[in-house]
Ligand binder design. Sequence first.
Ligand code: ATP
Ligand code: MG
Length: 440
Amino acid sequence: MPKYVLEILKTLAAGGHEAWCVGGCIRDSLLGRIPEDWDVTTDALPEETLALFPGRAVPTGLRHGTVTVRLPGSNPVEVTTYRVDGAYHDHRRPESVSFTRSLEEDLKRRDFTVNAMALGLDGTLRDPFGGQMDLRRGILRCVGDPDRRFQEDALRILRGLRFAAVLGFSIDPATADGLHRSRALLEEIASERIWAELQKLLCGKAAAAILREYPDVLGVFWPEVLPMVGFDQRNRHHCFDVWEHTLRALEAVEPEMVLRCTMLLHDIGKPSCFTMDAEGNGHFYGHPAVSRDLADGMLRRLKCGNADRETVLRLVEWHDRNIPRTDRGLRRALRALGEEDLRRLLAVKRADNLAQAVEFRGMQKEINLAEDMMNRLLEEKACVSLGQLAVNGRDLTELGYAGPAVGQILNRLLDAVVEGVAPNNREALLQYIQKMETSK
Ligand code: ATP
Ligand code: MG
C-alpha cells in the first residue's frame, strides 16, 4: 500500500472511523500487478471525510458518497462511504443509494468476487465471497446471483468479459450463463461506456479466447460481427472460418487498441463479398473496402475518436494490398501512411498471414524484407513528405506562384521525388518545375 493511501486510512481511523482499501487495487496487488489507482471505503459520511482533510478533499460524487482526497504530491484517492444500492430500474444505475455502517453490505454490491475484497490498515483482508480463492484459481465469478447482478447494471456484462480477457481468467459457469442470457440488456448502456470497456477487452491477453466464447455479447452492439462466425471460406489459403481467422489474427498483434481493433474488423466485409468460382473455390473480391465501410459505421456507433477510427479504417482498407518490394513502393507507402502507420500495416499483414493455412505463411520473410528496406529509407532520410522537400512554398511564391497552385506544385514535386523521377535537391527541383511548365 503506498504511503499516501496509508496516510488517508490513518487519518480516517484517528477520526474514529473504519477505513479500508477496496476493489481493483486489492485484486491487482494480490496478483502482483501495480494498481492503477487506490480506492478507499469507509463508514465516515462524506461530510465527515471532507472535515478530516481540510483543503485536500473535494466532493466529486456526493450522490454516491464519493469524496476525492489528494495529499500533497500524490495521486488522488476516491474515498466512498459504505453504501448499498437501491432499486435498479433501467439496467444502468441505482435509483438511489443509501449509506450503511457495514463493510460487508458494501462489498456485497460490488460486481465480482475478485473486486469485492478490502484490506485494512493492519493488513487484515476482508473477503466474504471467496475472492482470494477465485484469484488463485483464475476464476471470474459474480457476487451473488449473476442474472440479478446483470439485470441491475448491464455494464457488468462487459466488465466481466473485460476482466476475464485482461486477467486471463475463466468465467465461472453460472456467471457465464448469466452473461449470455442477459446480453441484450447491453442495449441500454451508453456507447461511450461500451467503447471504454471494449478497448480494454481487446487489449487483454485472453481477448481472443473470450471473444471466441462470447460473439453473441459482442453482437448486441456490433451485429455485423455475427455473420463471420462459422463462415466457411472455401479457399485453400484458409484453414479457419472467418471468425476463427479473425481471432487468431487479433491474437497475433501486440495489445495496442488500434491494431487489435483493425484485426477484429479487417475481414468483417468478407461474408457479404463471398462468391464461388466454377471449381468451388471461395473468393472475397473487394472485401477490404466493404470491411472499411462496415467498420466505419461500427466505430462511429460506439463513438470511437476520429483519429483512432481513421487509422483503423486506413489499415483495414490497406490490409490486403501487396507488400512493397522496392524502394519506390516503400516510399509510396511511407508517403501515404507515415512511418507509424506503415509499421502498423506491416504488423497487420504479419498477423493476417500467420492466421492463414500453414503452407501459406511464407509471407513473413517478405514482410521482414519490407521492414528492413523501410528502416534503411528512414535512416537515409528519404524524402517522403512535403516538409522534407528541398523546395518549399516560399521558393514557389518567389517564382510567382500563388494560392492553391503552390500546394499543387509541391505535391507534384513530391510525387516526382517519391517515384524516383527527380532527385530531392533544389536545383533539380527548380528545373523540374520548368519542365512541368513547358510540357503543359
Ligand atoms: P480498473 O480500475 O482496473 O478498471 P476496478 O475494479 O478498479 O478496475 P473501477 O471501475 O475502478 O474498477 O471500480 C472500482 C471498484 O468498484 C470495483 O473493483 C468494484 O468493486 C466496484 N465497481 C465498479 N463498477 C461496478 C459496477 N458496475 N457494479 C458493481 N461494482 C462495481
Ligand atoms: Mg479502479
